[in-house]
Ligand binder design. Structure first.
Ligand code: ASP
Length: 335
């Protein structure tokens, strides 16, 4: 049987870093060289792969929409020549990138798996070997045609994930949707989500920098802080609310939000809770927000809300259309 061919876009992150006097730093060529000396990657059951090392390699704290666009172009250029794609990425902003790529690629017929590690591949107790080896194996033998995230033996729908653990191996969680696969003795399908093959051709959308802010509510927040934030040239504001989407019943705060949404600023209600969904009809404190023109982030992660706003704002849509599309499930990110 012909071996599958997988394209690895190596953007940076801990996975390929080297210890230095000032902590781990990305070093050119180091990851590729380490892999070349690991026979497991060339086992008969493994696919063929090529690694495109980005220059410069970055810590993912430095990821921006320009980087998402670069990754998207890179995959688009190589789409026909490979059976699947792996993006090696730092863990810090991995869920943002997974979410952004899920919106950028419409009608995917091949898997894109984003992965990385908490300890570099070259180190004794590394988790990189498991993560990369399994990502390659799954991309070849259990392909799922969407943007996924593989970490600590679980394959997740990328736009449902969030980084939950700063220094544990189970760094990622998918709070509202079961993982897609689990790599145990066998690769087990956990999710009941249907795997639909699109009939239409691949579309690669553009994604650009937009002016977005997040405000985390807390008891005693002065409404003037919000007022000042909304005076900046904002296109969208995400407010992180309590529970099912509740906020303090502060007339000035609500009035400020109402005036901002009337000016065309998209205001999204996202819960501070990890699990569950926003329901602005549950309590008067949530209802007041919907009366002020705030729209629901439903059960989307904050990372996906930000990525979806970047994606939709990049399409230059009229406010009404943007707000309608935002609340619609576009890539399995909500509902
Ligand atoms: N700071 C690193 C990064 O996000 C952390 C990691 O890769 O795990 O690039």
């Amino acid at each position: 049987m012909m071996k599958k061919r997988i394209y690895i876009a190596y953007t940076g992150g801990t996975i390929g870093m080297k210890p230095s006097a000032s902590g781990f730093v990305p070093v050119e060529g180091y990851l590729t060289e380490t892999i070349a000396n690991m026979p497991d990657f060339y086992h008969d059951d493994m696919p063929e792969f090529v690694i495109n090392e980005y220059s410069p390699l970055i810590d993912s704290a430095n990821v921006s929409p320009e980087v998402w666009q670069t990754i998207a172009h890179d995959i688009e250029e190589n789409y026909d020549a490979f059976d699947g794609f792996i993006v090696l990425h730092g863990t810090d902003t991995m869920s943002y990138t997974a979410s952004a790529l899920s919106f950028v690629f419409e009608n995917l017929t091949k898997p894109i798996i984003i992965t990385g590690s908490q300890i570099p591949l070259s180190q004794l107790r590394t988790d990189a070997r498991i993560n990369l080896l399994n990502s390659l194996y799954i991309a070849a033998h259990h392909p799922i045609n969407e943007v996924c995230l593989f970490f600590n033996n679980q394959l997740f729908r990328g736009n449902r994930t969030t980084k939950q653990y700063a220094d544990g191996f189970d760094a990622f969680v998918s709070p509202n949707v079961a993982p897609l696969l689990e790599a145990g003795i066998e690769i087990k399908k956990l999710s009941k989500l249907p795997n639909v093959m699109p009939k239409e051709a691949l579309k690669v959308h553009s994604i650009k920098v937009q002016s977005i802010a997040i405000l985390h509510l807390f008891p005693g927040l002065n409404w003037l802080v919000l007022d000042n934030l909304l005076k900046s040239p904002l296109q969208a504001l995400v407010i992180l609310t309590y529970g099912v989407g509740n906020a303090q019943q502060d007339e000035q705060l609500l009035d400020t939000l109402k005036r901002a949404s009337e000016r065309g600023i998209v205001i999204v209600n996202c819960s501070q809770c990890l699990k569950g969904a926003v329901n602005m009809q549950g309590y008067a404190t949530g209802h007041a927000l919907s009366e002020a023109g705030v729209i629901s982030g439903a059960d989307m992660t904050t990372e996906t809300v930000i990525a979806k706003l970047y994606y939709l704002l990049s399409q230059s849509l009229p406010y009404k259309e943007l707000v309608t599309l935002f609340q619609r499930d576009l890539r399995g990110e909500l509902g």
